[in-house]
Design a protein around this ligand. Structure first.
Ligand code: FE
Length: 222
């Protein structure tokens, strides 16, 4: 659902089932207790649990999302598919799974900048972005992204044109959003892989922009 920034920040939030909570220390303790119990009873193999955690930490991460974005930049048919049915388009690249069952891709333009938040906790598109950054789960980001998105963007070092509208999307247990940042200028003819290297995690949450090779070059100049 698209949320217009409002002073109260009031909105509905369809949280049916919850995988993660904001009180992490409590959750962490409970997880540890459950894990010990399951291992003690012989229901799970600790090595299997480690493998799952390692997969999320190292194999599944924002590089997946970056490949999706880069493909949409070079392949107009894929871009159209992504905006129409993100779940299927993303799955076609091999990225699917828990918390990515219902994906929606929202594309940035000069007219509209999209930003993603989960106002109640930390719902996040795990298969394309991996584990959420700590700030994404923080109370200040969750409230201020809705009340003052332009201020939040400024803190992330992003300033948009004054006439660019900001649209804030509230993730839920059911729907996870992926922002498709704008392709930087002067990248014509770049390979998909090289383009993917410009796509940062934050640019796919909407708290950043894709890396602009021209401004990098300008910064590097004496
Ligand atoms: Fe949530």
């Amino acid at each position: 659902m698209a949320l217009e920034p409002t002073p109260t920040g009031g909105m509905t939030h369809g949280h049916g089932r919850h995988e993660e909570g904001s009180d992490l220390s409590d959750i962490a303790l409970r997880v540890r207790a459950l894990e010990s119990l399951l291992i003690e009873k012989g229901y799970v193999d600790p090595a299997a649990l480690d493998a799952i955690v390692e997969t999320y930490e190292t194999k599944i991460g924002p590089r997946n999302g970056a490949r999706v974005v880069a493909r949409s930049w070079v392949d107009p048919a894929f871009r159209e598919w992504l905006l129409d049915d993100a779940t299927a388009a993303i799955r076609s690249l091999g990225y699917a799974g828990r918390q990515g069952e219902h994906m929606v891709a929202v594309e940035n333009t000069d007219a509209v900048h999209n930003m993603v938040v989960c106002t109640l906790c930390s719902c996040y598109p795990l298969p394309v972005l991996g584990l959420p950054p700590v700030w994404y789960k923080s109370a200040p980001y969750r409230s201020r992204a809705v009340m003052d998105p332009r201020g939040v963007l400024a803190e992330f070092g992003v300033s948009l044109r004054a006439d660019t509208k900001i649209r804030v999307w509230d993730s839920t247990a059911e729907i996870r959003y992926l922002v498709v940042p704008m392709r930087p200028a002067a990248t014509g003819g770049w390979s998909e892989e090289r383009l993917a290297s410009l796509v940062t995690r934050d640019s796919m949450i909407g708290t950043g922009l894709a890396i602009d090779p021209q401004s990098l070059a300008a910064e590097a100049a004496p």
